[in-house]
Ligand binder design. Sequence first.
Ligand SMILES: NC(=O)c1ccc[n+]([C@@H]2O[C@H](COP(=O)([O-])OP(=O)(O)OC[C@H]3O[C@@H](n4cnc5c(N)ncnc54)[C@H](OP(=O)(O)O)[C@@H]3O)[C@@H](O)[C@H]2O)c1
Length: 252
Amino acid sequence: MSLLMIGCGKMGSALLSRWATSTDQNITIINPSLVKAPAGVKVTQTLEELSGQRFDFVVIAIKPQLIAHLLPAYQAYLKSNACVISIAAGYSVTSLVKLIGERAIVRVMPSLPAQIGRGVSGIYANAICSDAQLTIAKQLTDAVGYTHITDNEDELDRVTAVARSGPGYTFEIARCWINSAINLVFSPKAAKALVLNTLGGSIELAIESKSKVTSKNGATQAGLDTLMKSSTLESLLDSTVLSAYERAITLR
Ligand SMILES: NC(=O)c1ccc[n+]([C@@H]2O[C@H](COP(=O)([O-])OP(=O)(O)OC[C@H]3O[C@@H](n4cnc5c(N)ncnc54)[C@H](OP(=O)(O)O)[C@@H]3O)[C@@H](O)[C@H]2O)c1
């Protein structure tokens, strides 16, 4: 199978770093400013260099605002039954069909931890997409972490609010927690190591099992009593995720 990736910036290179070693796709990238790519991946700067080639999969990894301008020219490089995989935020199947016609389309919403194989990707396939094409799309997202298949594009926006934006929430929570450790008179370096290792270990534990983390009247319980007071944390996270979802809707 041949795969062409259009654009290879932050997200494209995060995906590619894993795909280059974990899939048997024959991968080509087109990106005018790119000269280097992982071993085994072909790089081109211009469409003319691809003359005569037709691909089974095309991954759209350019900024959404460039898509309408660039995508129509790629029609000539797609096999008739090719599948277009778009990672562009907010770019609907209907908008893509207007540019490249009715064909198999998979929208993928990955998150940045994909670059260490720990991303979360929502994927949505339109009705034309075959089971075999969806299986390959899922193999690609599985190669960079966890995959959640959605039934519709609205669910993809909800995955965005929960998971794609999640690293941003996590980094901010970690930053505040590190500040609390500094306020308890740890050095910034020690505070960062204490908090990030605690977060990493706790998340691994939560994935593996649900362990009891408190004992009655202990220090953790005292901390949690304050953290969970009047459901402030719950309502703050609810409104955080809802704001991201509402913003994702406006970008459709
Ligand atoms: N970043 C995320 O967390 C994230 C998550 C989910 C989805 N996405 C989606 O992923 C897509 C890319 O986002 P990004 O964050 O990776 O942006 P980015 O870092 O700006 O990557 C875009 C790439 O496209 C290249 N490019 C520009 N013009 C091109 C052309 N004519 N032909 C081919 N390539 C061209 C850019 O090259 P130059 O730098 O030389 O201009 C750049 O390498 C977006 O649609 C975004 O919605 C991003």
